[in-house]
Design a protein around this ligand. Structure first.
Ligand SMILES: [Zn+2]
Ligand SMILES: [Zn+2]
Length: 255
């Protein structure tokens, strides 16, 4: 399985893009930068889009990918989220005020995008992938996803503070090859991290102890304005299995 980090950050600047991970060619996790980071030709290859939660750095490019691909796709983008997230995106983004409702365009019968509500801990099958959504500790019924194809499973928490359940579920996957999770704020902003349900490096040290053992851990969602400080603090943890995703537009292969 290939994981392309279109954007791996918790914010947007000239050099950093918000969270969007492309699995192989057709499965997308989060839509923070899928329109700005991929050619339209590659946007058209996406069939299924998993959305972890409603925050703008994970959803904003849903608006632009629909705009870009309007009238060009023979089937809709199928979007999978918890029903709370689904409602939030419909009410606050595709609400005909901020952006047109592309789940009704060009027609209700053949829309550009279709929303599918999925509950936590009920596996779904999308093409050759099996997806297990699991709640994490972040607002609005946020969920992470364990994506499995053949002999390879990869766990994505997306945004979260310290959490439990996704690690318990992850331990059942003997073919788990990688964990993608987040560290957002430096240790001096521990209070901000607590209030916004994110990790600073200090809590990641404890979190690692709960994760499935001996699996490499990729840390993304660094806030662009604290990137250098975060790299220093994460490096100081001296944890060999931590890898920092400081650059976007990179690919990882797992088999
Ligand atoms: Zn985020
Ligand atoms: Zn968030």
């Amino acid at each position: 399985m290939q994981v392309k980090i279109i954007g791996g950050h918790g914010g947007v600047t000239k050099n950093y893009s918000a969270t969007s991970y492309l699995i192989d060619e057709s499965l997308l996790i989060d839509a923070g930068s899928v329109a700005s980071g991929l050619d339209i030709e590659d946007q058209l290859k996406i069939d299924h889009i998993l959305i972890s939660h409603s925050h703008l750095d994970h959803t904003k490019d849903l608006a632009f990918i629909c705009d870009n691909c309007f009238g060009l796709k023979d089937k809709p983008f199928e979007v999978y989220t918890h029903k709370t997230v689904n409602k939030a995106i419909k009410d606050h983004l595709f609400n005909e005020t901020i952006w047109p409702d592309f789940s009704l365009l060009p027609t209700k019968e053949k829309p550009t995008m279709r929303f599918n509500s999925i509950p936590a801990e009920k596996e779904i099958k999308l093409g050759e992938y099996k997806i297990m959504p699991v709640h994490v500790a972040h607002p609005g019924d946020a969920m992470g996803f364990i994506v499995e194809k053949g002999d390879v499973a990869i766990l994505f928490t997306q945004d979260t503070k310290a959490t439990e359940r996704i690690w318990e579920v992850g331990k059942k996957y003997k073919n788990l090859k990688a964990i993608f999770t987040e560290v957002s704020f430096p240790n001096k902003l521990q209070t901000v991290a607590d209030l916004s349900d994110h990790h600073p490096p200090a809590t990641m040290k404890e979190e690692l102890k709960k994760m499935p053992k001996e699996v490499p851990v990729y840390l993304g969602h660094l806030k662009p304005n604290y990137q250098e400080e975060l790299i220093q603090e994460i490096t100081a943890l001296k944890e060999d299995r931590l890898h920092i995703m400081y650059a976007d537009d990179v690919r990882f292969h797992f088999d």
